[in-house]
Design a protein around this ligand. Sequence first.
Ligand code: ANZ
Ligand code: ZN
Length: 893
Amino acid sequence: MIHRNLRCYSTALRELDKKWIQRWRNMGPGLNPKKFQNSPDAETFYALVMFPYPSGVLHMGHVRVYTISDVISRFKRLQGYNVIHPMGWDAFGLPAENAAIERGINPKVWTETNIEKMKSQMDSVLVDFDWERELSTCSPDYYKWTQKIFLLLYEHGLAYKKEAEINWDPIDQTVLANEQVDSNGKSWRSGALVEKRNLNQWFIGITKFAEALNKDLDILDQWPDKVKAMQKNWIGESKGSQVKFPCGDGEIEVFTSRPDTLFSVQYLALSLNHPLVVKASENDSKLQQFIETAQKSPQDSKDGYLLDLKASLPIDTTNNKCTDYKIPVYVAPYVLSYGTGAVMGCPAHDTRDFEFWKVHNPNYSPLVTVAPENLRDNWDLPYTQKGVLCDNSTITNGVDDLGAYKGMSSVQAGETITSTLESLGLGQFKTNYRIRDWLISRQRYWGAPIPMVYCDDCGTVPVPDKDLPVMLPEVTGETFSRGNTLDKMDSFKQTTCPSCGGHATRDTDTMDTFMDSSWYFFRYLDSQNSEKPFDSQKVANMPVDMYIGGVEHAILHLLYSRFISKFLGSIGLWEGKELNNEPIKHLVTQGMVQGRTFTDPETGKFLLPSEIDLTDASNPKIISNGKTPNSSYEKMSKSKHNGVDPGETVKKYGADAVRAHILFQAPIEDSLNWNEDQIQGVDRWLRRVISMTDTLTSKEPKGDVARKPYEDITLNGKHYRQLELSDKEVELFNEANKLIKQIDTSINVDLSFNTVISDLMKYANALNNALKSKEPFNQQLLLDLYQKLLVIMSPITPCVAEEAWEILCSKLGNPWTSVLLQQFPETKIIENDVMNYNIFVNGKARLVISKHKKWFEEDVVEELLNHETIGKFATKDTIKKVIKKPGMISLVV
Ligand code: ANZ
Ligand code: ZN
């Protein structure tokens, strides 16, 4: 009798984990809750959790997010859905390659070992994934299809090669990702000052989808606003005009969001790689020097280099001194290479332009052409708001004469100016996007090879489908040295041209790992397909119903996933019309797990837990000197000594308690401050729930209590015709049902699991009080409510629920079937149906009895005549008339 051992509960709860993991695993297919499916035509719920990088260690952040998705999945299954809850591995990437370089381990072996470790750690927290759908992005039968998707992009003109700037580490002779360059512009590994180099790289044309990616954020009504705002900002839609400034024989085209400021232009600025700059630098060594320095060092927005070029305004207003004014042209690193790579400088109306102008032309004041409508109010330069077009007659430093434009509002002027430009062939309305095409080439070994070959005769040739995948060659630790590993492996690099059969070389770069993760949620639905990435029929359950993961992926991963899904939809690989080919209906971002962090108040050094005396948790002391350390909650990390090992915690308290604790501590979007003291409360609750089986089954059913009649009720699927409940019982029944209803809402509407746990605790308390109460409670009712409690707890604390369920079954002599196979209980509230009836005989009140409120509709006379009090005043023969109303029966004799 395991539950008796629960006095020493932490050991016993841990034993429950082992017992049930074993039992569930060994159950036959029909009964096995892990394999359970609701009826085949039940609705499907696709619960997706961001797949991890297989680092080999599961941290508390993982445990939190998997617990959330697991609990949601289990609830959905209880509520009749067929749930898809897959897991896989985002297995390409740098750490594996670094392990190979540092320790000579084969990245593949390293990755596979880590996957096995993490899988068993996931098991130990009872997370129930569909392992038959498992995928790993580094396995050839996955990356074959990543390569195929690349080729599809290429076929549709959405993959192209272009020279691009990369971060080059001159010591390690390798390309670095932006994240590997620190804030001082140095390599994270070698410490070398990182250089910019131009390499021929593959780009994916995400900008062609910019408009849709921006617009469709509006239909994602179940995404956090915060995430949508970040995506919007990243895409950076800007409505404005494209304007051509005549310059020499040609024109310089700029994009501006403020065409109304055209007449305030005092200079133009070009990006470092603008074609005119490239041309000018050919015989200008000073300019070359300027460009080189600007590329190396972090960019100062006030840097500039004056070119030997003059431009003029494209529109001539009468007597406008601007047209005489020859506009200087600068090269300025603050102008980025997106849009047209050129900016019109309006010192009076733009802060950056104002600062730039002050440095380069301190003697010329900014030229004002837009001013607030009410000039009497104070206003400063730069005046960056919209307003009214004004000239010198109204403001100092204004333009001499704005002609017809004078007095127009910014909006009106912007439209008029752009239309005029359009008629002159010197401009147009334009929507611009800040997002740039996606550079996917990585000079790295551990990634999916880019399936392209280069032939002297045929040029760039895609690898034909029949030759996919382009396999990563096997390596040993020694294969790695400085530079690009694949580029140095001739066996890989040298190949034959698929088109002419002559000699060719392979592309030796691999793809950005965001390519791997941009489509994995499709593959889960058809993970064994050896013919194509996935079958359109098989992915009918897309879009994903709920996607749970970290907010750190709010921009890139989610944007790339949305883009690739839209692309795959646009070429008919799947049917996602319902949501404009958006892959994710509901996005949930979970908060961080933070650990208690101690630092020395004098040195600021992070202290080890072993250096702190926590006898009084609210008043910690540094053991060595008795001083009070600074204490805070911060993101768990090794360097801060504030991490908590999930394995240890599960060993100590059992997985159920850890899961419930995690959910209980904070709403899922908030950060969770890990405070183990509070697991005790959860433990007590779980212990109490199991121990209730004792009282429930040992108590003699108390009969013979005066009960009030009650209509039929259905409990736990069983129908009780004559169950009679006392007021207290109705109260308990109603409380339990209200809580169930509330829990249902918390799960399905609010996603508020901390309140689910507190409601379950309230429920258990109410039941426990009833069990302990002197007043008798109907045994059947208590059993039913208890069973419902276990069913609702089972998604969160499966072992405790299953254990109690089994004990109950055995004590009641019922055969056991897993609690995990039950259904979420229906709820019902019993209205208080009982009321007092006044019984009158010939107008005199003779009796008060409590009856069902509909009792008066029945044939009450016979029952009344049999009552000893009424029987004294009336008999069958003397009755003349009966008046029946709710609460009142009047007999006239
Ligand atoms: C003149 C002007 C006057 C501007 C003014 C703004 C205010 P958003 O809407 O954020 O995209 N710009 C255009 N291309 C650029 C580039 N390649 N690199 C850096 N800056 C660039 O911003 C659009 C504005 O950013 C444009 O409008 C342009 O400056 C600048 F009172 O033109 B504006
Ligand atoms: Zn060829």
